[in-house]
Design a protein around this ligand. Structure first.
Ligand code: ZN
Ligand code: ZN
Length: 342
């Protein structure tokens, strides 16, 4: 079968590799839609990922497909079932899993290799994070379950209340999904900062009341204060993964604000925080990582509900053979998400 392998920095090769066959507890999917993601772009540009990958490696992690083969001991599924598989599952046994803090699992099993004709799903994911796609739902929409699950986890940890004024910094798929998901809370005012006018327009369609290109705004926090009677936002979501932007995000919060530092920064980077602001303004700085099984389920339901036009995030559908060109387009920010198909 054809599969993409990542060898290093911006070195992704389509190769012929043996088709996977399922061992006990596993299933093999025929990939019908694999969406690209900002994390893929980051990993491709950096040539690796500390937590998820060892090179060379099968690549890609958002997938919808059809069950093609089933290993021994797997029940409840049939060949031909349309499913979405999350890219990880918690072990359910470690210190953190026992406390239901699944995103902190010390033995999270990650699965990569969606940019291929077939992908093997390991037992833990088959067990906890393999879900049927509702009949009417398109595969490329279902493939976005994983990133939306991360976002719903992030929203749940943000202390969002009716009437809140929320700033989202970052107009990638994740920032835009935060806008969409938070728009479901009553009377929220959503303020989006990004660097690409087309994406900002999509942000508006997904529920942002104000959108700003940061290139036109010399001081983001001053702009936020201007829109909030001088106080700052109740909640700030950082969705870029740049340390300097983490600091800007903190500067946008009002006293008592929750700052959701969602975008993962490069390894060994630091930020500085004004201790007086943190203490006397009683701010909550919160790191939120990845997703957990409950949010995977909630994400698929929300996508299937048709309540929000998440399809706006898919700029293109392309065959697997175009993968290299698609990554160049992502690098140049010409596309948001692309659904790779076979
Ligand atoms: Zn992703
Ligand atoms: Zn665990």
């Amino acid at each position: 079968m054809l599969a993409a392998l990542l060898y290093g920095q911006e070195d992704l090769r389509l190769e012929n590799v043996p088709e996977p066959s399922p061992s006990a507890g596993e299933v093999v999917l025929k990939v019908t839609a694999a969406t690209t993601c900002g994390t893929d772009l980051k990993v491709w540009r950096r040539g690796g990922h500390a937590k998820m990958l060892q090179l060379p490696t099968l690549f890609g992690h958002e997938v919808a497909g059809e069950i093609a083969a089933i290993g021994s001991g797997v029940s409840g599924w049939q060949v031909g079932d349309r499913v979405v598989a999350n890219n990880s599952a918690p072990c359910m046994q470690c210190f953190f899993c026992e406390r239901q803090e699944y995103s902190l699992c010390t033995d999270l099993s990650f699965n990569n290799g969606t940019f291929a004709e077939y992908i093997k799903i390991p037992p833990a994911i088959v067990h906890h994070n393999l879900l049927p796609i509702p009949a009417h739902m398109p595969d490329d929409l279902a493939a976005m379950t994983e990133p939306l699950a991360c976002v719903l986890h992030g929203v749940a940890r943000s202390n969002l209340q009716a009437g809140d004024r929320v700033v989202v910094i970052g107009d990638g798929a994740i920032g835009l999904m935060f806008i969409a998901a938070m728009s479901l809370t009553k009377d929220v005012t959503l303020i989006l900062f990004g660097g690409n006018n087309q994406r900002l327009e999509i942000g508006r369609k997904l529920g942002a009341k104000y959108v700003f290109n940061y290139k036109d705004i010399p001081d983001i926090s001053a702009k936020v204060k201007q829109l909030t009677q001088g106080w700052g936002a109740d909640i700030v979501v950082e969705a870029t993964g740049v340390p300097a932007v983490w600091e800007q995000a903190i500067a946008c919060g009002r006293p008592g604000a929750t700052i959701n530092l969602f975008g993962g920064c490069p390894k060994n980077t630091t930020i500085s925080v004004d201790t007086g602001q943190l203490h006397y303004s009683e701010m909550t700085l919160k790191g939120v990582f990845h997703n957990t099984p409950i949010y995977v389920r909630n994400a698929l339901s929300l996508l299937a509900s048709g309540l929000l036009p998440f399809e706006l995030l898919i700029s293109d559908r392309r065959p697997l053979a175009d993968l290299e060109a698609v990554f160049q387009d992502m690098k140049n920010r010409r596309v948001i998400k692309v659904a790779m198909t076979n």
